[in-house]
Design a protein around this ligand. Structure first.
Ligand code: SAH
Ligand code: SF4
Length: 373
C-alpha cells in the first residue's frame, strides 16, 4: 500500500459485527466461502445473487441451502451506502447524497441521455490535490473510499433505477465516469478492485469501453490503470503551458506537461478508434485565447485525442469566471479545423446543483464540493 493509501485508508466496515461482502474480489469471496466449508460453485452463486440480481438479503437467495443462508446472515452483510437525499432535475438528471457506515458523505449523479445514461461516481471524500478552480480542491481530503463504497454507489443507482437484473435493452445506466469527488488514481487499489467487480461479466457487467476514468495527471499510475483495467482515460489538462498549469493544478509541478503527455502517448490500448479525452475547463482570459487553442493542437498532434471543453462552473469565493460562449466556440472551431473533435460539455442538472463543480456534501468536518460531468 502506498503511503498515501495508508494515510487515508477507509475504516474496516464491521458495523453490527458483520463483515460486508460487497467489494470483495471474486478470489476473496471464494476464500470466505471456502473457509465456511462450502464448495467453490457456491461462491459463484453468491456472486450472481449479489451482483447480477442485486439481492440485499441472504433470505432471497433461494438457490442456496437454507442452513448456508442462515450462516451467511450471522457473519456477513450486503451493505450499500445509505441514501440521505435524492433530487431530480428538470432535465432528468438525478443527484443522490450518500452516507457511508462512518457517516462520511459523497454525492453521485445520474445523467440520462436518449439511448444511454452515465453515472458519475466518487473515489474519495474530498481530494488532496488543490486545483484552484475546483471546490473539492479547497477542502482537505477526509479519506479514500473502500472498494465496497465505490461499487456500492453503482449498486445504489441500479436499485434506484430498477435495473436488477439489467434489462437487455433500454438500460438507463450504461456508462460510468469516475469524475465525482477525488482523484481516482490516488486510490488505485480500491478503485481497481471495485471496477473489476463492475466489469465482471457474470455480475454488473458494464464493459471497460463504457467506463471512463478521469485523472488530473497522476503519471506513475496511468500505465497500470490502462494495462490492468483497460478503461477509457480522460485527462484534466486545462492549460497548455507549464507556468499556468503549475498555478491552476499544483500536481503539474510534480508531473509537468511533457511527462503527462508522454504517459498519454504510451497509454495502453490507445488508438484512433479509442482516443484519450482531454478535459479543458474554459476560464475567462486565462486559458481561452486562440493562441492557447493553437498550442493545444500542437501538443496533441501525435496523440489519438479528443477534447472536452467544459464551461467553468463558479462557486463562492473563486477568483475565476467562465469564458464567454463565443470565445468557447472560437476555441472549439480552431480544434475542429485541426481535425480534433471538441464538443462543449453540456451543463446538466444545474437546477439541483449537480453540474461540474457543483457537487456538495456536508460531512462532520466540513463542506465538500466535487465536480462531475
Ligand atoms: N480528480 C479527477 C476527477 C474529478 S473532476 C480529475 O481532476 O480529473 C472531473 C472534471 O471536472 C475534471 O476535469 C475537473 O478538472 C473538472 N472541474 C473541476 N472543477 C470544475 C468547475 N468548477 N467547473 C467545471 N469543471 C470543473
Ligand atoms: Fe481533485 Fe480533480 Fe478537483 Fe483537482 S479537479 S482538486 S484532482 S477533484
Amino acid at each position: 500500500m502506498s503511503t498515501h493509501a495508508a494515510a487515508f485508508a477507509p475504516p474496516v466496515d464491521m458495523t453490527d459485527g458483520r463483515k460486508n461482502l460487497l467489494g470483495l474480489s471474486r478470489v476473496d469471496l471464494a476464500a470466505e466461502v471456502a473457509a465456511m466449508g462450502e464448495k467453490p460453485f457456491r461462491a459463484r452463486q453468491l456472486w450472481h445473487w449479489i451482483y447480477h440480481r442485486g439481492a440485499q438479503d441472504f433470505a432471497e437467495m433461494t438457490t442456496l441451502a437454507k442452513t448456508f443462508r442462515e450462516r451467511l446472515a450471522e457473519d456477513y452483510a450486503i451493505r450499500r451506502p445509505e441514501i440521505r437525499r435524492r433530487q431530480d432535475s428538470r432535465d432528468g438528471t438525478i443527484k443522490w447524497l450518500l452516507a457511508f457506515a462512518d457517516g462520511q458523505q459523497v454525492e453521485m449523479v445520474h445523467i440520462p441521455e436518449e439511448d444511454r445514461g452515465a453515472l458519475c461516481v466518487s473515489s474519495q471524500v474530498g481530494c488532496t490535490l488543490t486545483c484552484k478552480f475546483c471546490h473539492t480542491g479547497t477542502q482537505r481530503l477526509v479519506r479514500n473510499l473502500s472498494a465496497a463504497e465505490i461499487v456500492g454507489q453503482v449498486m445504489v443507482a441500479r436499485d434506484e433505477l430498477g435495473e436488477w437484473p439489467a434489462p437487455a435493452e433500454g438500460r438507463k445506466l450504461t456508462n460510468i465516469v469516475m469524475m465525482g469527488m477525488g482523484e481516482p488514481l490516488y486510490n488505485y487499489e480500491n478503485l481497481a478492485t471495485a471496477l473489476k467487480i463492475v466489469m465482471d461479466n457474470e455480475g454488473i457487467a458494464i464493459s471497460k469501453r463504457k467506463i471512463t476514468l478521469s485523472t488530473s495527471g497522476v503519471v506513475p499510475e496511468m500505465a497500470r490503470a490502462g494495462e490492468e483495467l483497460g478503461v477509457n482515460l480522460a485527462v484534466s489538462l486545462h492549460a497548455v503551458r507549464d507556468e499556468l498549469r503549475d498555478r491552476l493544478m499544483p500536481i503539474n509541478k510534480k508531473y509537468p506537461l511533457e511527462m503527462l503527455l508522454a504517459a498519454c502517448r504510451n497509454y495502453p490500448g490507445i488508438n484512433n478508434a479509442r482516443r484519450i479525452t482531454f478535459e479543458y475547463v474554459m476560464l475567462k482570459d486565462l486559458n481561452d485565447s486562440p493562441e492557447d487553442a493553437h498550442a493545444l493542437v500542437r501538443l496533441l498532434k501525435d496523440i489519438p485525442a479528443k477534447v472536452n471543453l467544459i464551461p467553468f462552473n463558479p462557486w463562492p469565493g473563486v477568483p475565476y469566471h467562465c469564458s464567454e460562449r463565443r470565445v468557447i466556440e472560437r476555441f472549439a472551431d480552431i480544434l475542429s479545423a485541426a481535425q480534433i473533435s471538441a464538443p462543449v460539455r453540456a451543463t446538466r442538472g444545474d437546477d439541483i446543483l449537480a453540474a461540474c463543480g457543483q457537487l456538495k456534501s456536508d460531512s462532520e468536518r466540513k463542506t465538500i464540493r466535487g465536480a462531475c460531468t
